[in-house]
Design a protein around this ligand. Structure first.
Ligand code: FE2
Length: 304
């Protein structure tokens, strides 16, 4: 009789634990709610409207064989969002993008949670389904080897160019404006990237400037304040006011271009911070920071 009671109690406890796990996982998954952050840009020379889709901070992670033994628990702990993000990438986003009517999609960085071949292959499979042209802007998580061996990291790095243009500055020309993307913007702008940017500026077309890491505003401290509040006192922006990313020569030149009174840049778009912010970079150039795609956020930029 005593044994029977112990068995029944154990079964009830096991069932309660399972229910709790399901509830926790369901709760996390429930956080995914597709929603758009819509931006409109009026340009005189543009007659027919163009639509650009932005997606960043998806953090795809496959808990595959590449994860080192010592890290499996850490990666597993990120399953609530990252494995879920991988499922959403497999089954949701590519069709959504293809049906969106977008003229271009910009993947604004942190599309994978760490730079492993399993993660990049997962991302690539979705890219292969796309019928819309895209720019893939790599940044910190896309290029970080966290959780895997140096050998696996090297294999993944070799695979990176198969995911589209990986040059320092990527651009996409529309008839009357240009989308310019700073690749790997957790590091300073390179000489090559700056030269390419100067050549594009010489074309005298309006520029939509994409970067994963946002730029500190010269006229509004609220973005830096919000970052400090969330990230342990760190302002995770490029800037001169004790911000986390310190601009060296080429980046200073880039900032000079963005802040110039006659800058061809009309708006800057960024991700990285996992919250949404909209405001002014300078008296005339705007900046929008997008919330993360892992929670279902995406941007629609209409240029008209
Ligand atoms: Fe990031």
């Amino acid at each position: 009789m005593k044994k029977k009671i112990i068995l029944i109690t154990t079964l009830i406890l096991a069932a309660a634990c399972m229910a709790l796990i399901v509830l926790v996982l369901y709760g996390k998954r429930d956080k995914f709610e597709p929603h758009a952050e819509e931006i409109e840009i009026d340009l005189e020379a543009v007659e027919k409207p163009f639509k650009i889709l932005w997606l960043s901070d998806l953090h795809i992670a496959k808990t595959g064989s590449e994860v080192g033994k010592g890290y499996r628990k850490d990666v597993k702990a990120r399953d609530g969002f990252s494995q879920h993000a991988a499922d959403k990438w497999d089954n949701y986003w590519p069709d959504f993008i293809n049906e969106s009517g977008a003229d271009l999609v910009v993947f604004g960085g942190d599309m994978v949670d760490f730079c492993s071949r399993d993660n990049l292959i997962c991302f690539r499979k979705g890219l292969d389904k796309l019928t819309v042209p895209y720019i893939y802007l790599r940044c910190d998580h896309d290029v970080m080897p966290t959780y895997i061996s140096e050998e696996s990291f090297q294999i993944a790095k070799e695979f990176m160019p198969e995911l589209g243009d990986d040059s320092d500055l990527i651009s996409y020309e529309f008839e009357n404006f240009v989308v310019v993307a700073w690749n790997d913007s957790a590091y300073n702008m390179t000489e090559n990237g700056l030269e390419k940017l100067r050549n594009i500026c010489a074309e005298d077309k309006p520029i939509l400037f994409m970067t994963h890491v946002p730029i500190a505003s010269a006229v509004d401290t609220s973005l830096a304040e919000k970052s400090r509040e969330i990230y342990d006192g760190r302002s995770l922006l490029w800037g001169y006011n004790d911000d986390y990313y310190w601009p060296e020569y080429e980046t200073r030149q880039l900032l000079d271009i963005l802040f110039a009174d006659d800058s061809p840049v009309v708006e800057v778009f960024a991700g990285h911070l996992h919250f949404s912010w909209d405001g002014y970079l300078s008296d005339r150039v705007k900046e929008h920071v997008f919330a993360p795609a892992l929670e279902g956020s995406y941007g629609i930029i209409t240029v008209k």
